[in-house]
Design a protein around this ligand. Structure first.
Ligand code: SF4
Length: 97
């Protein structure tokens, strides 16, 4: 057996992450506030790419793949992101990665 551990890439690590998705969203985004936001930093800071624009340029958000990093809460300049940790037993599980 080799003494050299195989180092996983970020993509390989993320592929091992699992989610126990709660039906109750732990993040609620008031997208009405996003209409007046020129920068829309949520599109760039979310490592899971959960913020997207629809064909009308409106922010769409899906909490289900959230990595719980908190970046969107910090980055939003309009206080549009209501952020909580998921309920106990729900959310991302990193122990497999
Ligand atoms: Fe994306 Fe992190 Fe916000 Fe979750 S907490 S939606 S992973 S930026």
């Amino acid at each position: 057996m080799s003494n050299v551990e195989k180092k996983l890439s970020i993509e390989e690590r993320l592929a091992l992450v699992v989610f126990n998705v709660d039906e109750e969203p732990h993040i609620i985004v008031d997208v009405s506030k996003c209409d007046t936001c020129d920068l829309k930093p949520c599109l760039y800071v979310c490592p899971a790419n959960l913020y997207t624009l629809d064909e009308n340029g409106k922010i769409q958000f899906n909490y289900e793949g959230c990595l719980e990093c908190g970046s969107c809460r910090v980055a939003c300049p309009n206080d549009a992101v209501k952020w909580n940790h998921p309920r106990g037993g729900f959310g991302v599980q990193y122990r497999f990665g």
